[in-house]
Design a protein around this ligand. Structure first.
Ligand code: C5P
Length: 423
């Protein structure tokens, strides 16, 4: 479960055709445990019905017809909704509603609620390119940004008019991520920096060939999302990966182990927590050919001479042992045999606080699958096997454990607003 669980989310929907995707967003929010109150403008009702949203949220969908109907306590909906909200997102938001909000107008249930709430505001504009680029719209967006609104998109692509241009609403998955990011701003790791490595590295043989492994980057990306959800300033140094990087995470793309080490060393000085989830290639060719090696020139067999790549995690672990940051260093151990013993040996040799061991021969663990079955070993000696879990749940649990450790070390204050939940 993410930091959306139990959160009150107001989803405002205005009159643009992208609102057919808002039902998907509402559904995704509900599936992650949020209580979603959808408010439709009358223009949105021209495109989509309240029933559609109520069916996916399991809650009343609000329209302008509810505006003057107080609840049993006498509170009008805009006040009750505004008070309860943890976050407000308007997706899609039209040029018209942007203009209203920029000017503080409150002429329908949605704009009245936005004016009445102090919850953070996320806006996902969707409109024709000319409307988006109009100086009036741009000025309104500037005003709203200056007041603290998070503007996500619009994106480039196919528009309902048939044209291609900027103006598409950001995808529901991106918006979901943006909501998690904004909710995370009050999390326990606010003001702390988490640095994560992810994915495989590629060690070139020649311009078209390289040594690598099947790491997808999923585990590291899930960890970055969990750190972001906990409020951390999150930096993801990643090799070539085939999963999207999380919204609100700063990314540093690299290719080789040496580049990954350089990127990590450039970031590590003010890092509080370092997590090495990358499957770094352990060896690289001693020499990289400048031109493609021709098979007829190389001959029927070919001996490649390899050398060790730098140990990124070991380097950071030793820096810490010398009294430098980060405060917490976490590694992964992917093994095919003697899992626990090998992981314990790595924990000691690399100077770690915690190592996450996984047996990559298991079909539900390791490379490129969505689940992982790990055993968490701490430097104090505790060994805890976890059940098979989705990688994002492994990431969230790990983050809870890291936060606990930071608290025990006295680095994190105990009283911070903990919005991260563990199962
Ligand atoms: O490859 P190995 O089993 O030693 O990996 C253990 C841990 O060390 C992992 O967390 C991995 O990300 C990290 N590592 C690294 N640099 C390397 C090799 C591994 O940071 N060159």
């Amino acid at each position: 479960m993410t930091n959306l669980r139990g959160k009150r989310v107001i989803l405002g929907v205005t009159g643009g055709i992208a609102c057919y995707k808002s039902a998907d967003l509402a559904s995704k929010l509900a599936q992650q445990g949020a209580q979603v109150d959808v408010i439709l403008t009358s223009a949105a009702e021209q495109f989509i019905t309240p029933t559609c949203f109520s069916a996916v949220t399991g809650r009343q969908t609000w329209t302008d017809r509810d505006m003057y109907a107080p609840d049993v306590t006498g509170a009008f909906p805009h006040i009750a909704l505004a008070r309860a909200a943890d976050v407000v997102i308007i997706a899609p938001i039209t040029a018209n509603t942007l203009a209203k909000l920029a000017n503080g107008l409150a002429d329908n249930l949605l704009t009245t609620t936005v004016l009445a709430t102090r919850a953070p505001l996320i806006l996902a504009p969707a409109m024709e390119t000319h409307m988006w680029e109009h100086p009036a719209t741009q000025a309104n967006v500037q005003t709203l940004r200056a007041r603290g609104a998070h503007v996500v998109g619009p994106e480039l692509g196919h528009l309902a008019s048939g044209a291609t241009g900027i103006g598409r609403m950001a995808e529901p998955t991106t918006l979901l991520e943006a909501i998690r990011y904004v909710l995370g701003q009050n999390g326990p790791l606010r003001g702390y920096k988490v640095l994560i490595t992810a994915g495989a590295t590629r060690e070139p043989i020649d311009p078209v060939r390289f040594i690598t492994n099947p790491s997808s980057g999923k585990m590291g990306v899930a960890l970055a999302a969990a750190a972001r959800d906990a409020g951390a300033t999150t930096v993801l140094v990643h090799g070539p990966i085939n999963v999207p990087v999380p919204y609100g995470v700063r990314t540093v793309p690299v290719t080789t182990a040496q580049e990954m080490l350089d990127a990590v060393l450039a970031e590590v000085e003010d890092t509080d927590v370092f997590i090495a989830a990358a499957a770094v290639a352990d060896f690289r060719p001693t020499r990289q050919a400048a031109q493609k090696l021709k098979k007829d020139v190389v001959g029927p067999t070919w001996t490649l001479t390899l050398e060790r790549t730098p140990d990124i995690l070991g380097t950071v672990g030793h820096l810490r042992q010398e009294g430098h940051r980060p405060y917490v260093v976490v590694g992964f151990a992917a093994e095919t045999q003697n899992l626990i013993a090998a992981a314990q040996e790595k924990l000691t040799r690399k100077g770690l606080d915690l190592i996450v061991a996984n047996d990559i021969t298991a079909p539900d663990a390791g490379f490129a699958v969505d689940t992982n079955r790990v055993t968490v070993i701490e430097r104090e000696g505790t060994i805890t096997p976890w059940p098979t879990l989705p990688k994002d749940v492994v990431a969230e649990r790990l983050m809870v454990q890291i936060i606990d450790r930071l608290r025990k070390m006295g680095i994190l204050k105990a009283e911070s607003d903990d919005t991260l939940t563990s199962e």
